[in-house]
Design a protein around this ligand. Structure first.
Ligand SMILES: NC(=O)C1=CN([C@@H]2O[C@H](COP(=O)(O)OP(=O)(O)OC[C@H]3O[C@@H](n4cnc5c(N)ncnc54)[C@H](OP(=O)(O)O)[C@@H]3O)[C@@H](O)[C@H]2O)C=CC1
Ligand SMILES: O=C(O)CCC(=O)C(=O)O
Length: 431
């Protein structure tokens, strides 16, 4: 295991990162939001860096007996409010810088939700579709072993993200527990309920996207039952957001996966469209009046557009094509800085990821509480507590939006940065 020390060079960051990378976008957002908060400049400078980024080599014996090595990362951004918290991603684009950008967003997300956690993110540079189930398990167990020194239920708590799921978390929990000599469910969240997972965790990020969409529609004095919605990505976040909003009466007129989009102006039966976990890459096999290319979903004239697939998809090159009245971010970092500026010019509100998809980490917090207390909550309790936590943070964000001349993203950052700044000054950490 090696600890990679970060460089502080602005110039290096700018030249290394294209405009739409997670790190470049996250750094721009924090710099921009810092104008609106009363937080010491030294603290803001510190928050532009991760505490540490761990890079590990993960050897894997393939099913045919050959050995391959993979690279894994865990970026731990800030822990002033509590242990580091954030997902593990298995994807070919995982990198040190991507992990750092995503870890920063976790710090803000936990602070907006007022959860006692800091921010982390990580993953392995691998295409999970290339691995068998047994290979996935061996890779995950070895990765957990390599991260052993820096993770733990009071240090850094992992969770699922793209390419990982509740089974991956069960393997991580088991690998960690075996070496510790006792079962420690609180080291990861997003586990299957039978091994200490929380009911409702899998659906939670999509559910919170639905809650924030519903609240914003009400805020604008519109009617959810007359609202048309297009959703990019039909995985854990996209499909659950689609089905929840559909159940609440909205018309989900278009959904997409990597292969394309389906469109029905009278509304799709979202429960019948196969989600990624039900059948990968199968959205376009569903019978719908119109088939579109994957990118055409952004051009639809709908009330709400929900990008819920990957980061950096709304850019300055396609933002002018967006016809939606409102954007609710389901994915992490789907909107680049250039696109954000265009949406502001066009008066298209963008409800940010750090609020909208925060249901995932919020129910992860509930799971962690259940694990350390050895108590199990009912699904009804999870839904009620998620609802009240989302409404409380939504109120904090819209009150800030109404009292300062800021965008919705800036309002969420103000709430987060002020909480983090107060925690730093109260603890006396410098910076
Ligand atoms: N899971 C979680 O707990 C949370 C996840 N997030 C974020 O939400 C986003 C999605 O994550 P999650 O739902 O877990 O991931 P999944 O892997 O479950 O789903 C991703 C979906 O996006 C689709 N997709 C990928 N690329 C494209 C593309 N270019 N165009 C259209 N669709 C595409 C995939 O399609 P295909 O099946 O064809 O590959 C799949 O349907 C990520 O940004 C993640 O960080 C945020 C909060 C919590
Ligand atoms: O549940 C968690 O801890 C984190 C989920 C996550 O990675 C995210 O919200 O982006």
């Amino acid at each position: 295991m090696s600890l990679e020390t970060q460089t502080n060079s602005e110039g290096e960051r700018e030249s290394d990162d294209p405009d739409n990378s997670a790190l470049a976008t996250a750094l721009h957002q924090v710099e921009n939001a810092s104008k609106y908060v009363n937080v010491d400049k030294g603290v803001i400078e510190r928050l532009k860096e991760s505490t540490r980024v761990v890079q590990v080599t993960v050897p894997l014996e393939r099913d045919d007996g050959t050995v391959e090595t993979y690279t894994g990362y865990r970026a731990q951004h800030d822990d002033v409010r509590g242990p580091y918290k954030g997902g593990i991603r298995y994807h070919p684009d995982v990198s040190s810088k991507e992990s750092q950008g995503l870890a920063m967003w976790m710090t803000w997300k936990c602070a907006v939700m007022d959860l006692p956690f800091g921010g982390a993110k990580g993953g392995i540079v691998v295409d999970p579709d290339d691995l068998s189930e047994g290979e996935m398990e061996r890779l995950t167990r070895r990765f957990t072993e390599e991260l052993r020194d820096v993770i733990g239920p009071t240090k850094d708590i992992a969770a699922p993200d793209m390419g990982t799921n509740s089974q991956t978390m069960a393997w991580m929990m088991d690998a960690y527990s075996m070496q510790q000599g006792e079962t420690i469910p609180g080291v990861v969240t997003g586990k299957p309920p039978v091994v200490g997972g929380s009911k409702g965790r899998k659906e939670a990020p999509g559910r919170s996207v639905a809650i924030i969409t519903r609240e914003f529609i009400n805020y604008q004095n519109r009617d959810l039952e007359e609202t048309t919605i297009a959703i990019q990505g039909y995985g854990s976040v996209g499909a659950n957001a689609a089905r929840t909003l559909d159940d609440w009466g909205a018309d989900i007129v278009s959904v997409s996966d990597i292969k394309g989009a389906i469109y029905d102006p009278s509304g799709l039966d979202t429960h019948a469209v196969p989600s990624y976990s039900e059948e990968p890459n199968a959205v376009t096999t569903h019978d719908a009046p119109t088939l579109l290319s994957a990118d055409e979903i952004f051009k639809l004239d709908v009330d709400v557009l929900i990008p819920a697939a990957i980061g950096g998809v709304l850019t300055k090159d396609n933002a002018d094509d967006v016809q939606a009245d409102i954007i609710v971010e389901g994915a992490n970092g789907p909107t680049t800085t250039g696109a954000d500026e265009i949406f502001e010019e066009h008066d298209i509100p963008v409800l940010p990821d750090i609020l909208a998809n925060a249901g995932g980490v919020t129910v992860s917090y509930f799971e962690w509480l259940q694990d350390i207390n050895r108590r199990e909550w009912s699904l009804e309790r999870v839904h009620n507590e998620l609802e009240s936590q989302m409404l409380s943070s939504w109120e904090d964000v819209y009150t800030t939006y109404e009292t300062k001349d800021v965008t919705w993203r800036e309002a969420a950052y103000v709430v987060a940065l002020e909480r983090i700044g107060k925690a730093k000054s109260t603890r006396g950490l410098w910076p």
